[in-house]
Design a binder for this molecule. Structure first.
Ligand code: GLV
Length: 334
């Protein structure tokens, strides 16, 4: 029997490897016995338990629920490396208690995610979803250029409120400066960022024409944008969320779109993913909706894959993970 560690990899990454021109999983194949999930659908709970029962390491996706019960069913597990910066799908406290190191992929996706947030700001402001659908439906061919067709809002000269001033929030602020926007910012830590006027949360909501969310989803930020917060925004303002769906109360968001309190939204993330085909948000032409593609450029996804693999290899070899969310787990390790 081989004495190599065993790992489970939740996604074969074949398409991405092809785009990269190399096998992204080869460092793991060389060092571990790999069980690789290769179906197009995600593994369900039973399949995860079966695959992880004897695994020492796991390269998981943000769609995998890494909860305490699952970790309890995997007594060998020493390291979980997530192909994501967000780790709200992982019970970090339970992992730390159990001595399981958790790796993630911050940094490498910062600029790409900020690009998408800005694309959503622009698309929502300039009604690009609505206008594109109008053209594709053949409606323009039967009409003409009209002076007030799809008139929207300007970004330049407007005020952008950034909720969360970590690396992605700061990258959005840099873009906003280039667009001639006034930039307000609020973060839980009260961090000061050059070029960003730090204000209280409610002042940010009241003064911003556009609000972009960049906080992690943790207990304190779950439902941060609730009915009260949405009502505190400027009437007709635009909300963009590329962070996590759970930060926004989606029912309240639908109400705010219905009443016209929000002028438009640009969303990449949802409380429940994938978004159901009959979700009420789909009824709003002024909702620009993306299927969680914030980090989806080839270069960034390849860098995420490399970092996720490096984290897992380091954990299996007993070295410090290049990006570790819970270094304290080392003390609890058996
Ligand atoms: C994407 O949402 C990530 O957390 O990497």
């Amino acid at each position: 029997m081989s004495n190599q560690p065993r790992v489970f990899i939740s996604d074969a990454m074949e398409g991405l490897s092809e785009r990269a021109g190399r096998d992204l999983l080869s460092p793991l194949r060389a060092r571990a016995e790999c069980e690789i999930w290769s179906l197009a659908r995600r593994p369900d709970r039973e399949e995860l338990e079966a695959a992880l029962g004897a695994a020492d390491g796991w390269l998981c996706m943000l769609t995998d629920p890494v909860d305490e019960a699952l970790m309890a069913a995997c007594p060998q597990l020493r390291v979980v490396s997530s192909f994501s910066v967000g780790i709200d799908h992982i019970d970090l406290a339970a992992a730390t208690r159990r001595g399981i190191l958790v790796g993630n992929t911050p940094g490498v996706l910062t600029e790409t995610t900020a690009d998408l947030a800005f694309a959503l700001l622009l698309a929502a402001a300039r009604r690009m979803g609505e206008a594109g659908a109008y053209l594709r439906a053949g409606a323009w061919a039967e009409s003409q250029w009209e002076i007030d067709a799809f008139v929207g809002q300007d970004l330049h000269g407007a005020t952008l409120g950034i909720v969360g001033l970590g690396p992605i929030g700061q990258a959005v602020a840099r873009r906003a400066a280039g667009f001639g926007m006034e930039v307000l910012g609020w973060s839980r830590s009260g961090r000061a960022v050059p070029g960003v006027r730090a204000v209280a949360f409610d002042a940010l909501l009241a003064e911003s024409d556009f609000v972009s969310l960049h906080v992690a989803l943790v207990a304190e930020t779950r439902g941060l944008m609730d009915a009260r917060a949405l009502a505190a925004m400027k009437p007709g303002a635009v909300l963009v969320n590329t962070a996590r769906g759970g930060i926004v109360d989606e029912e309240a968001l639908v109400d705010a779109l219905r009443s016209g309190q929000l002028g438009a939204v640009g969303l990449d993330v949802y409380a429940q993913e994938p978004l159901s085909a009959d979700h009420p948000l789909l009824a709003f032409p002024n909702a620009v909706l993306m299927p969680h593609i914030g980090s989806a450029s080839v270069r960034t996804r390849v860098r995420m894959a490399d970092l996720a693999v490096e984290n897992l290899v380091a954990g299996l070899e007993g070295r410090a993970l290049p990006e570790c969310a819970n270094p304290a787990a080392r003390e609890a390790a058996p």
